[in-house]
Design a protein around this ligand. Sequence first.
Ligand code: FAD
Length: 414
Amino acid sequence: MISSSIASATSYNNRMFIFEVVGLRQSPATDNFNYAIRQSGRIWFQVPYQRMNQEMQRIQRLGGRIVSMRPLSEPAPVPPPVAKTENKVRQTSSTPAKATKTKESVSRSKPMTQTKGKTDIPVNLYRPTAPFVGRCMSNEPLVQSGGIGIVQHLKFDLRGGNLHYLEGQSIGIIPPGADANGKPHKLRLYSIASTRHGDDLDDQTVSLCVRELEYEHPETKEKVYGVCSSYLCHLEPGAEVKITGPVGKEMLLPDDPDAKIIMMATGTGIAPFRAYLWRMFKPGEKALNPDYEFKGLAWLIFGIPTSPNILYQEELEALQAEFPDHFRLTYAISREQKNTEGGRMYIQHRVAEHADELWAMLQEPKTHAYMCGLRGMEDGIDAALSVAAAKQGAEWAPYQKNLKKQGRWHVETY
Ligand code: FAD
């Protein structure tokens, strides 16, 4: 698979892309585009792959904005068809604090385009002043024997409310009790690890992947456990839990079933990617999502300290074995694998190994890159991609900025 990707990366050098640009005005500076600029300032023109970055910079300098890019070989996009009623409507017996739209109204109105700026993304259905009270259905360990720390997969019952969500969103959990000042604890955010249909595929649950925060007090040297994470990791099935949200628009998955999805995770950063992968590949999900038959490529690069810390390992590897043409799985196991310099293998080293291929993928308008997990993982990944970009005479920072503008570079670190 690697060699075929490299081959396809090489063939990119000969490909042409169509840029759709707005905001340019006819002027001596834009005359050498050799295309008539419409009165609206909108222009389409062909750019060879190898000149893409220079052209992007030139367009930016001239005040233009690229609104779409596609290979010349691909047809121009057509508006998406109206979505079928993919989301089942939950029976509600209590009213949420505030709902932007119910699932019913979402599925009956516009298709769920899941892009920023659209209104049909559920947010803050439940706020801290009136949280939804769910119930813990299960709390299972994810770290195998010999691994480091405690990480749990928790499933909550949402029946009796209207809490619904999309893959890539987060919920808030309000731990019981009070802080050092006697005030009720504030909520902590957790990325949702299940698809919108939940692990039981009945739209009635939400799941999380939570690591118990444990550290040494800087002065007393005592072991300290995080308030909310230790509350959750030791929560008994049947216990009530206060839930807020959902929140977050940064990590939403594109609707396009042909998209290429690069996922870079460290530790519990796997949570949203589990949701994506289940949506893409799980048989029960496929039946519920007739409009989303994933035929693209999902590539998970997953950083963990030891093999027993590979969260959801069995399921990930089963998916990889079943869908080798659509799901690629790469581990960076820091305490067991060595990087090229003989040091620990962190995620940025794996990204560096595959940087040329990742860079080539990022030239494709269908590619979205996601990063989730430990704050601090960004710098090494940026450095690795900068090297790949520089080999092609491009600068990573402005390129990445452009990817962000296009909604194709997504980061959620904590
Ligand atoms: P707290 O009791 O709040 O303790 C945290 C405090 O400990 C901090 O104030 C910090 O100053 C201190 N501290 C932490 N480490 C050290 C150290 N080494 N030395 C000294 N002081 C230290 N977590 C997950 O497990 N899974 C997820 O999916 C997840 N998703 C998230 C999504 C988002 C969008 C965000 C913002 C956060 C996410 N988190 C996730 C993190 C989560 O919100 C909490 O921050 C985490 O669980 C710790 O909360 P706590 O109440 O246990 O710790």
